[in-house]
Write a protein that binds this ligand. Structure first.
Ligand code: ASP
Length: 347
């Protein structure tokens, strides 16, 4: 039920949705918010209140960083009590990283934070931006009869699908269906009406919402491949600032049976570098005891990332390391769900 007395804060960070073509080069670049609003006169037809705020200057999401995430959290924290929901317009390239990061930074949410964007700028006739923006706004103010938000979590709405933010991955550069959530079902599908699957959606927290903004960037994503150079791997793990590695392995978490590689990993674990195993496959979970090639890796002391996306694993690691927890505490939280980012099949 749309609450017509509600208020939404629409935060425009940049991205294709608000971009226009440079007449000389033809390349798309960010433009300011008034431009975007001019192309969506429908916004005036909503009865609920929509306030807007924009990054100055708006950014291509390739430029999103830790400061950008903190800025988003500061904006939400400052206005949390004044709004019923938040919609963040964001470039698609790093939206899955931002959605994952925000899901950890906003603890005990009881209001929706919906990220969306588009593949075609809003000024183009065939744009997908209008639909995405309008439905995201509706989701942000949709409430149950008891007045509680239906989706009190950080989510991504894109091309009729509402997905848990920390389960999304960008999967297509051309198609309007730019995101997928392979390891968790979609939270809602927008057709004639928006059909929510309430069993899949986090419940609103009764606890006070907490806002976090610290990260530790001393981490690395390492995707393994046949024939990788031991020297290069050694130099990555030899970096004195390194605190964590998201290791993207084959299939169910498998790794080459090479003593020299395994020795580097074992030594890194001993130095308290946190190494989390996630699969290179889009769908499915790490199960290191399924093959010998997984077991040899498990024996080095690295952790299972279960079915986490790389985006969720790396933002979670930076987030936890930024909270000044003990190594053991970070390790334990990396392997458990904080806010629905992983499922443990065989606990
Ligand atoms: N490069 C753009 C961005 O991520 C792409 C997009 O918005 O779709 O900001």
């Amino acid at each position: 039920m749309i609450d017509n007395n509600a208020a939404v804060l629409l935060i425009y960070t940049g991205g294709t949705i608000g971009m226009i073509e440079n007449p000389e080069t033809g390349a798309l670049h960010s433009f300011d918010f008034s431009h975007l609003k001019q192309y969506v006169p429908e916004l005036k037809r909503f009865h609920f209140k929509i306030d807007t705020i924009q990054f100055d200057p708006p950014i291509d999401s390739s430029d999103m960083d830790l400061e950008g995430w903190s800025k988003l959290v500061r904006i939400i924290q400052k206005s949390y009590e004044s709004y019923d929901g938040f919609v963040i317009l964001h470039g698609t390239d790093t939206m899955a990283y931002s959605a994952s990061a925000l899901s950890f930074m906003l603890k005990n949410l009881n209001k929706p934070v919906v990220l969306t964007g588009s593949q075609l700028p809003i000024g183009k006739i065939r744009t997908d931006g209008k639909e995405n923006l309008i439905t995201a706004l509706e989701i942000a103010v949709d409430k149950d009869p008891d007045g509680k938000a239906i989706v009190p979590e950080v989510c991504v709405f894109f091309q009729t699908y509402l997905m848990r933010g920390n389960r999304t991955t960008k999967v297509n550069v051309e198609n309007f269906r730019a995101f997928n959530s392979y390891n968790y079902p979609i939270l809602a599908k927008a057709g004639l009406r928006i059909r929510y699957d309430r069993n899949l959606i986090n419940r609103a927290s009764e606890l006070p919402t907490e806002f976090y903004s610290r990260f530790d960037p001393n981490v690395m994503i390492l995707k393994i491949f046949p024939g990788m150079s031991i020297e290069i791997v050694r130099s990555i793990f030899g970096n004195p600032n390194l605190k964590g590695v998201v290791l993207e392995t084959f299939g169910a978490g498998n790794f080459p049976d090479r003593k020299d590689f395994l020795e580097i990993i074992r030594a890194a674990v001993k130095r308290n570098i946190i190494i989390v195993n996630v699969t290179q496959c889009s769908s499915g979970s790490v199960e290191m005891n399924r093959y010998r090639s997984g077991l040899i890796l498990a024996n080095t002391g690295i952790l299972s990332g279960h079915d986490m996306t790389t985006e969720a694993a790396v933002t979670k690691m930076m987030f936890l390391l930024g909270q000044k927890l003990s190594v053991e505490e970070v390790k334990s939280r990396m392997t458990q769900s904080i806010i629905g980012e992983l499922t443990i099949d065989n606990p």
